[in-house]
Design a protein around this ligand. Structure first.
Ligand code: NOJ
Length: 738
């Protein structure tokens, strides 16, 4: 195998890689030929080693991610399938690609991949916060921005969206997904894939999407990362698999297998899930890449005795590409020669990888135009999209006495206290790719700009995010005393979220609640602003604030939406995508739980309530919305009859506002115990002051009312189903025959 040296690559000159004059171009080079024919033609020309190398994903560039510590590789085989591309800009990619196209025997372009999780340079709201916007059009829009910036920087595939349903806030990766509900994860997954991939992967403003981490990673034991998950088949089909099925239907190009052992079998060794469900049953035709070293980890997980054995198991389980642990290139050829992996299985893996490369147009256009960074990053429309997403994803958790928006006639001085007021790093959130702190508008700057000369801003940091240093308390307390209202900005360090960032409690560190106590003792109205990457347990804190704004980690928009909510320029329309309990001890707590065997007062906690502090779907607005009755197009149906549920919502306030209508279904009796309610549809619309809007839920009985069993088969039984939205209910009866 020839190897390339990056140093020499950087200096190499681009020349056309054409066929010799008079020599017939091989079919795989013909862009007019059907993709599948090109794939087969190329596959038939490849040596065993060339095929093995296609299944290898290594990395190049400088990596600051402590979990997959990177180095700059100085030699890379020209036949390598894929590289995680850690450089910001297409130049290095082009020089690698050029060498590959020019000097490798078959000229198979490398696929460059990267972790753009919530943006590449224009960093936007973390996914958990995005889901609180209930606006999938916006999610699609910000994903499009990320796609454009990524592709123009040399990235062909992003390791996103993460669609692991997660219900344990201790798990740091809860910030990367869309919360606790399978339906919400499915809808946002589809939106993200559309935004990333568009209609044509070959278009250089789109990228291939890789859904992750297949499957059940969100259920990591005790919220600790990399631990096993135990999930019944029933729950897998009901909760954890649906977002992936939705993503396959939406055309996701790739899937990443996880780190976790699932029901005793590591997910990167799980043939049933990968081959039988993902590829055969759902017809997924892209490729499966292991997570970082998750093949090597089969040894730690006690499934493989040696690394070679791990390669055999992963390959035979359907993992097509090996990320980061360099084991396929080490052992796969040997395994095939020995007969413990069939060459046809390797062919299938390579076929899937090549298919995506052809769809990406890499053979025709292996290079990315070099543009000036200001032509691809932070374009005005990209920044605006990040701003809209931030505006719509903030959740007003509490607003006692209508404190917000602030009555400007009463506010002369505003105190801004707390460790996050002037922060421009943590607001970016974890996995912030090439986002930089100066891109972020701090809360302090945003509030100062918002209120201008009219209001004096008195700032005091008060304390850190953790530790025990109370020396700043007094200054902040005095600032509060001088002010007409206090904005107290608390929350989390961004490194408390993401991979390998679990916490034993989802309460904020003690220092922060002591600080809030002190500020509240000033007697001034307190607005608590929270920035965090997980649901929080706020008991002991919430009572100290008249209003609470959950801003999540909004990326570059930073404090602007918060300032807008304080002034009334932004009318909050976010609702929680994840339940906020009173205490960590209530976990798991989520809206679609099953009924308990005892009702009423039994089976509850003795020491605290068993209810959440803020439920899934909770979020206040400055508008007041009134829901009319739910009207059904039919109230008696058969399984094959599609029906409509409609509800009219009126904005009876004098403030324009957006309302997200969440449609739930309850099946009170069934041959399996079903959740107390399940979200089946949502839609968000602007409703002008004094006006009404009608919201429609088109019901397909089998999909929306029926259930899935532990083998993944869908059924609908006869009987009553309750449909609800905004506290209104209607009942539809399913019968065998009308
Ligand atoms: C490990 C993470 O689990 C995964 O989400 C990420 O995409 C890969 N590393 C690549 O960085």
């Amino acid at each position: 195998m020839k190897r390339l040296s990056i140093a020499t690559l950087l200096l190499s000159i681009l020349i056309f890689n054409g066929a010799a004059p008079g020599k017939k171009e091989p079919l795989y080079r013909n862009p007019a030929a059907p993709t599948e024919k090109r794939v087969e033609d190329l596959l038939s020309r490849m040596t065993l080693k060339e095929k093995v190398y296609q299944t290898w994903q290594s990395y190049v560039g400088l990596n600051s991610n402590p979990n997959n510590a990177g180095v700059i590789l100085d030699t890379i085989p020209l036949e390598i399938g894929s590289l995680i591309y850690l450089e910001p800009g297409p130049e290095l990619r082009n020089s690698i690609q050029e060498k590959v196209m020019k000097e490798s025997r078959l000229g198979i372009p490398v696929l460059f991949a990267y972790d753009a999780i919530h943006g590449y340079r224009t960093i936007y709201q973390i996914p958990l916060g995005q889901a609180c916007s209930w606006n999938t059009d916006l999610a699609e829009k910000v994903s499009r921005v990320s796609a454009m910036e990524s592709r123009m920087s040399g990235v062909d595939l992003v390791f996103s969206p993460m669609i692991d349903v997660a219900r344990d806030g201790r798990w740091g990766r809860i910030s990367e997904g869309y919360g606790e509900c399978p339906y919400v994860n499915s809808r946002f997954c589809i939106a993200a894939i559309r935004g990333y991939q568009g209609d044509d992967l070959a278009d250089h403003s789109h990228v291939a999407a890789c859904m992750k981490h297949y499957v059940g990673y969100g259920m990591s034991e005790a919220g600790r990362d990399y631990t096993p998950s135990d999930i019944s088949d029933q729950s897998l089909w009901e909760t954890y698999l649906p977002p992936y099925e939705a993503g396959v239907k939406a055309g996701a190009a790739a899937v990443m297998s996880g780190f976790n052992t699932l029901n005793g079998i590591p997910t990167s060794a799980n043939k049933g899930n990968i081959e039988d469900i993902l590829k055969s049953r759902w017809g997924f035709d892209g490729f499966v890449v292991s997570d970082w070293c998750s093949i090597k980890q089969l040894v730690n997980q006690g499934i493989a005795e040696t690394e070679k054995e791990a390669v055999r198991i992963a390959m035979n389980s359907g993992v097509d590409m090996d990320m980061g642990d360099n084991l396929n290139m080490e052992y796969l050829e040997e395994l095939i020669k020995e007969g413990s992996v069939q060459e046809k299985r390797l062919d299938e893996a390579v076929r899937r990888i090549l298919r995506i490369k052809f769809r990406l147009g890499l053979f025709e256009n292996p290079y990315i135009d070099v543009t000036a960074p200001d032509k691809r990053y932070l374009l005005p429309e990209s920044v605006a999209a990040a701003g809209q997403m931030a505006d719509e994803s903030m959740v007003l958790l509490k607003n006692d006495g209508g404190l917000l928006p602030l009555d400007r006639s009463k506010i002369r001085r505003l105190a801004l206290v707390g460790p996050l007021c002037k922060d421009n790093v943590n607001l970016l959130g974890n996995w912030s790719a090439f986002g930089t702190a100066p891109d972020v508008t701090t809360i302090y700057k945003a509030v100062s700009d918002e209120f201008g000369e009219d209001v004096e801003i008195i700032y005091a940091r008060g304390c850190g995010l953790d530790g025990n240093d109370e020396s700043g308390f007094q200054e902040a307390y005095e600032a509060a005393l001088k002010a007409d209202a206090v904005v107290c900005c608390l929350g989390e360090d961004r490194m408390w979220s993401g991979e390998n960032a679990s916490r034993s409690t989802i309460a904020l560190p003690e220092i922060q609640s002591r600080f809030l106590d002190r500020i509240a003792s000033s007697g001034r109205p307190v607005i608590l602003v929270l920035s965090n990457g997980r649901p929080l347990a706020l008991s002991g804190m919430a009572d100290n604030a008249a209003a609470i704004i959950e801003m999540w980690q909004p990326g570059i928009a930073g404090g602007k939406p918060v300032a807008g909510i304080l002034s009334g320029r932004v009318n909050p329309s976010g609702r929680l995508s994840v339940t906020f309990p009173y205490s960590t001890g209530q976990i798991p707590i989520y809206y679609c739980r099953k009924n308990s065997a005892r009702r009423g007062t039994q089976g509850l906690y003795q020491d605290i309530t068993s209810e959440p502090m803020y439920s899934f779907g909770h979020g206040l607005s400055f508008s007041v919305f009134e829901y009319g009755d739910i009207h059904l197009s039919d109230s008696v149906i058969t399984a094959d009859m599609k029906i409509r549920a409609e509800v009219t919502v009126t904005n009876i306030s004098d403030t324009d506002g957006k309302e997200a209508v969440l449609w739930y279904v309850t099946d009170p009796f069934c041959s399996i115990a079903r959740p107390v309610k399940e979200l089946k549809f949502f839609e968000k619309k602007m409703i002008r002051a004094g006006e009404s809007e009608t919201f429609v839920f088109e019901i397909d009985p089998l999909v929306d009312l029926g259930y899935v069993d532990r083998n993944g088969n869908k059924f609908i039984e006869t009987g009553d189903y309750h449909i609800s939205a905004g506290g209104r209910n209607a009942t539809v009866k399913a019968v065998k025959r009308l």
